[in-house]
Design a protein around this ligand. Structure first.
Ligand SMILES: Cc1cc2nc3c(=O)[nH]c(=O)nc-3n(C[C@H](O)[C@H](O)[C@H](O)COP(=O)(O)OP(=O)(O)OC[C@H]3O[C@@H](n4cnc5c(N)ncnc54)[C@H](O)[C@@H]3O)c2cc1C
Length: 379
């Protein structure tokens, strides 16, 4: 006999886990099908604002590796450092973070169970697993990541904008770890439309680089060159490559019974490259649309809460990377703007507010002191 659930969630990352959490909390019978065995490594810098996590009725403290109290922005060898209030930017390892979040969902979780096919009829959605099992549900949340098999099989999101990125979990000497502890570094001006990063974890540094349309091999070469300047050796460690499905335009994010969330829906912020925040937001919106019995409202719910803002982010992206130096000086070196940027990461404000702040505090531009890379490293 075919088993039946209220909702099947494909993928146990932040989008799927969030949808499962809110659906389970509302008493729905939920099944999560996750391809990998958990905990699984996920290529990700693992930076997420504590304010985004504070919506959940439990603490993420057990899986927070570090909280940064400063963000440094570098343009070539000029660096500015902005204190972060109340250490509100958290650093996590996604293997621990994703399992922890999913562990709070009142749902049946089947690990090592990839979804192979999805079929939608008037009365149900039928999911077939790789093992050949067929399972039915009223609805499905497809949160199966950047290469979503479900989106493909439903004929959704045919034209994607993908950025390339690589991530390295770098073991570094104690002195280097101490230098970067509590300080996230974002490095611009090294690779087209994109940036490199150094994010501190409890016992190592997560370093990486991402860019739109990088030339083959560029990410590796540029990352090595940049990290060498920062005194971080990456000769041996394993490199993890992954695509980032960057938001580009409004599009249909569901059918009658299947809703795409997170990377499967292509919701990565086109300017900051963040995806965890929008995976969580869209996972929640998917749960809300299903609980309201209005799955057809999902695309517009996501557009109102994410898409509109991302379209402005697309504009910011174009201006910032076309005029990087003036943008760096006029926006990032303005202490009011750099503080507002933290509000953006924390989902407190959107790009419209940020732009308004840039325009209205123009006289404060370049107020934040720049230092050289050498001064930064010896600080
Ligand atoms: C190099 C890099 C660095 C990044 N750094 C950051 C950062 O610092 N901060 C930030 O906010 N974002 C960052 N991102 C983006 C972020 O990682 C993603 O946006 C986020 O993981 C999206 O969550 P998700 O739940 O939609 O998808 P995922 O986290 O990819 O989860 C999808 C899940 O679905 C499972 N799955 C796949 N196929 C199937 C199937 N057929 N059946 C069942 N399960 C399936 C996968 O195993 C996986 O567990 C980064 C991305 C990259 C590539």
């Amino acid at each position: 006999m075919t088993q039946r659930y209220d909702v099947i969630v494909a993928g146990g990352g932040p989008a799927g886990a969030t949808a499962a959490f809110y659906l389970g909390q509302a008493g729905r019978k939920v099944l999560v099908l996750e391809k990998e065995l958990l905990p699984r490594y996920k290529t990700c810098g693992g930076a997420v604002s504590s304010r985004v996590l504070s919506q959940f009725p439990f603490s993420f403290d057990p899986v927070i590796q570090t909280r940064v109290n400063a963000v440094s922005y570098a343009l070539r060898d000029q660096i500015i450092t902005i204190p972060v209030r109340e250490a509100s930017l958290c650093m996590v390892m996604r293997s621990e973070f994703d399992s922890f979040l999913l562990g709070h969902a009142q749902a049946e979780i089947r690990q090592g169970t990839p979804v192979r096919a999805v079929q939608e009829t008037a009365g149900a959605v039928t999911v077939e697993t790789v093992a050949g099992e067929r399972i039915q549900a009223d609805y499905m949340v497809a949160a199966d990541g950047a290469n979503s098999m479900v989106a493909r099989s439903l004929g959704l999101r045919r034209k994607k904008t993908l950025a390339g990125a690589i991530e390295i979990e770098a073991a570094v000497p104690e002195a280097t770890l101490r230098r970067f502890m509590n300080n996230a570094v974002l490095i611009f001006g090294e690779i087209g439309v994109g940036y490199a990063w150094i994010f501190p974890k409890a016992d190592h540094l997560s370093i990486g680089i991402g860019a739109l349309n990088p030339r083959p091999g560029d990410l590796q070469v540029v990352l090595e060159r940049v990290m060498q300047r920062y005194g971080i050796s990456i000769q041996s460690p394993e490199r993890h490559g992954h695509t980032l499905p960057v938001y580009s335009r409004p599009e249909l994010l569901g059918t009658h019974r299947c809703l795409l969330a997170g990377d499967a829906a292509g919701l990565v912020d086109p300017f900051t490259g963040e995806g965890i925040r929008f995976a969580i937001k869209s996972g929640r919106k998917a749960a809300e649309a299903i609980l309201a019995g209005r799955p057809e409202s999902y695309t517009s719910r996501v557009d109102r809460s994410i898409g509109r803002n991302h379209r402005l982010g697309n504009g910011m992206n174009k201006v910032f990377y076309r005029f990087t130096r003036p943008s760096f000086n006029l926006a990032l070196r303005n202490p009011v703007v750099s503080h507002a940027l933290m509000g953006l990461f924390g989902d407190r404000i959107g790009y419209a507010s940020l732009l308004l702040t840039i325009a209205s505090t123009f006289p404060l531009a370049t107020l934040t002191k720049k230092i050289t890379l050498e001064e930064f490293l010896n600080y």
